[in-house]
Design a protein around this ligand. Structure first.
Ligand code: SF4
Length: 277
């Protein structure tokens, strides 16, 4: 078991002092607008920070408010999202905007109840927009807290317990940003830079090994890549399934087109596929 009471104060002090010196300057950290925070959190869920940087600003220029997003067609939202992948995220963001045209709800519990907004995103928005002390854990937070207190990456439930026990009641946003930055820049998944780590003295993992990760198939061979390519092709105009199958040169196209239609991400009329109007 872990002891957060004894080690917690020192961990917090060292982590936050390091963050004061090393914080990443990211545009979504300069706003408390819950809508802008929600956009950034949804984009960051499965996309690297460097790719989100440009997309975030462009998306907010095109849809500067929740009302503007809710008033747009799903097709226009998907066109703007094109290139980020995981288009279901754009559909869910659009649904959430339409579900609350007068503004996002205030608390994590209310945010969690919105269509397509999960517990992680709800907690992150409540914390980063309102500084609510809500526990939540992405992969970086699970890795840092788990390695430091358990000697391995934590399961989600373990990370939430650790986060709730360790989080300062004030300035919870700064705390979570610090954990995320440490996980993204020092306590990385492979070859963590323990010699540069501010919490190395008390870390239970230092010098250890996480369970080896399963080898993933190359991205360009994945269904996810091909789904994105189908949506990208349709941003140029309506196409038939046969045309897409030939131009993308992949036998999975009909199956993935069917899945995208079921999910409401594309439509078919008069024998042609198109983005939703
Ligand atoms: S000492 Fe190493 S394993 Fe422990 S938190 Fe720091 S970087 Fe991660």
């Amino acid at each position: 078991m872990y002891d957060t009471r004894t080690a917690g104060a020192s961990f917090r002090r060292r982590l936050l002092a390091w963050y004061g010196r090393s914080a990443r300057d990211l545009p979504w950290r300069r706003t408390r607008d819950p809508y802008a925070v929600l956009v950034s959190e949804v984009m960051l869920q499965q996309t690297q920070v460097v790719r989100v940087l440009g997309a975030y600003s462009a998306f907010l220029r095109r849809f500067p408010t929740l009302r503007a997003l809710g008033g747009a067609s799903l097709g226009d939202v998907l066109r703007e999202w094109s290139g980020l992948g995981y288009n279901r995220r754009a559909r869910d963001l659009h649904r959430a905007a339409r579900a609350c045209p007068t503004g996002l709800p205030r608390t994590a519990a209310e945010l969690d109840a919105l269509p397509g907004v999960g517990a992680y995103t709800a907690g992150a928005v409540a914390c980063f927009a309102h500084d609510d002390p809500v526990a939540f854990a992405d992969t970086n937070i699970r890795r840092v807290l788990g390695r430091a207190f358990l000697g391995r990456t934590a399961a989600e439930r373990e990370a939430l317990e650790l986060d709730a026990a360790l989080m300062p009641r004030r300035d919870a946003a700064r705390w979570h940003h610090a954990l995320m930055d440490l996980g993204a820049t020092i306590c990385v998944a492979r070859s963590p830079r323990c010699a540069d780590c501010p919490i190395r003295a008390s870390c239970r993992f230092r010098g250890g090994e996480d369970r080896p990760r399963r080898r993933q198939a190359p991205f360009v061979e994945s269904d996810r890549y091909l789904r994105g390519a189908i949506v990208r092709a349709l941003t140029l105009g309506p196409r038939t399934v046969a045309f897409l199958g030939t131009s993308l040169g992949d036998a999975r196209v009909p199956r993935l087109v069917a899945a995208l239609r079921t999910e409401g991400l594309i439509e078919q009329s008069e024998g042609r596929l198109r983005l939703p109007g």
